[in-house]
Design a binder for this molecule. Structure first.
Ligand SMILES: Cc1cc2nc3c(=O)[nH]c(=O)nc-3n(C[C@H](O)[C@H](O)[C@H](O)COP(=O)(O)O)c2cc1C
Length: 383
């Protein structure tokens, strides 16, 4: 069993929601919290904008009491601006202040912020130390393995950050030069942990319940953090927890997915008003991923600003699957494959060449389930 303690926050087998610009706003954080994320992180906020009280940036550090514990993330390269923005963020109600030392994006690193600071460990330590001394809440950091493979310095950085007062270190197990390509290399984690006593969080490429379990089991990892795989799929927190705590987990049904999408959409509308509906468009592909004709549905969804119409389109997608359940067995992953194949073939009802393939897939399913390829085909082709 793994455990982290950050100030008053104590969590067993922690699974955290990663900070993601343009994604981890209040609605998404509330949703992930509901599905089991133990700590949620805001998008990063530029310290230079915070100290100038730029309204767009102040919006990013707003939080809702229901999402606690929440970490607000800041970035910048000036110790003075970082100190002041840490104080602003503390006043905004952050439970944790997280400093971004991992962002690879050009406009950030060109200002010597984000992962560029890994090239300046003294300045990095000074920034953390100034922030730690300026606020009462815990200050944590998120970083990478190093600037590139020739300059992997996370071992030294981790030690110096602990000395500077950081209370947790999260490592996205890539170098800056990798950006988001290649694979995250978790094998660095045990060695990093040898240099620190504070909690170490593993981040990078955790995209299934199985990988939640494997990552949590990595020696030296005190917890894990998930980013991209939570987009359109907050179920991953629940599944990861279930697998870690009980040894098994369940898959969301199409109904669960559509309901979750609608809930997320409604939160957006409630918190951001009509603008929230438009902003939400980037999330449809995540929720519809792997479903029948998802791009066509997405096209329909992004063409309307009417919430009832949007719900109708989403429910129509769900209804199609429900009808087909009469013919299809319970095995989820196989069922989805069959459905997609069958539904795609039905797009052109004149084309019967798919029928044997559908039959093969259906025959491959659970013997107990009486499957009728022909009725699926007939249903689909409207005969
Ligand atoms: C769209 C997007 C926005 C991101 N924004 C931030 C950010 O604001 N702060 C940060 O520390 N990392 C940011 N990241 C990096 C993630 O927090 C995370 O480290 C990375 O995606 C690797 O984890 P994953 O494989 O679970 O996605 C972002 C990643 C993505 C995909």
């Amino acid at each position: 069993m793994k455990q982290i303690i950050i100030g008053d926050i104590k969590i067993t087998n922690p699974i955290l929601l990663a900070p993601m610009e343009g994604i981890t706003d209040i609605p998404f954080r509330l949703l992930c919290k509901e599905y089991g994320a133990d700590i949620v992180y805001t998008e990063f906020a530029a310290s230079e904008a915070l100290i100038r009280y730029v309204p767009q940036t102040l919006k990013k550090i707003k939080i809702d009491d229901k999402e606690r514990p929440v970490a607000i993330q800041i970035f910048g390269s000036s110790p003075e601006s970082m100190l002041k923005s840490a104080q602003i963020v503390e006043q905004s109600g952050a439970d944790i202040i997280d400093i971004n030392y991992g962002c690879w994006v050009k406009k950030v690193v060109n200002n010597n912020s984000g992962s560029a600071l890994m090239k300046f460990p003294d300045l990095m330590a000074e920034i953390t130390n100034k922030c730690v001394n300026a606020v009462r809440v815990p200050v944590t950091i998120k970083t990478r393995l190093g600037w590139d493979f020739d300059s992997i310095n996370i071992f030294d950085i981790a030690k110096r950050q602990q000395e500077a007062g950081a209370k947790v270190i999260t490592v996205h197990c890539r170098t800056r030069s990798q950006k988001i390509t290649g694979n995250a290399d978790w094998s660095y984690i045990p060695e990093i942990k040898k240099n620190i006593t504070i909690p170490l969080i593993l981040n990078g490429d955790i995209n299934s319940a199985e990988l939640c379990l494997s990552a949590m089991n990595i020696e030296g990892a005190d917890g894990i953090m998930i980013g991209r795989s939570s987009i359109g799929n907050p179920f991953i927190f629940k599944q990861g927890k279930e697998l870690i705590n009980t040894g098994s987990y369940s898959q969301p049904t199409i109904k669960d997915k559509i309901e979750c999408c609608i809930k997320h959409l409604e939160l957006n509308l409630e918190i951001k008003g009509k603008h929230g509906l438009i902003e939400f468009r980037k999330h449809y592909s995540g929720y519809l991923k792997g479903m029948y004709n998802s791009s066509e549905y997405r096209q329909k969804l992004v063409r309307t600003e009417n919430i009832d119409e949007i719900k109708n389109i989403l429910n129509d997608q769900q209804q199609t699957y429900k009808e087909l359940e009469k013919y299809i067995g319970k095995n989820y992953s196989k069922r989805t494959r069959v459905l997609n194949l069958a539904l795609n073939s039905a797009k052109n009802t004149k084309d019967k060449s798919y029928l044997p393939q559908i039959e093969n897939f259906l025959n491959d399913l659970d013997e107990n389930v009486k499957l009728n390829a022909k009725s699926v085909y007939e249903f689909l082709s409207g005969k």
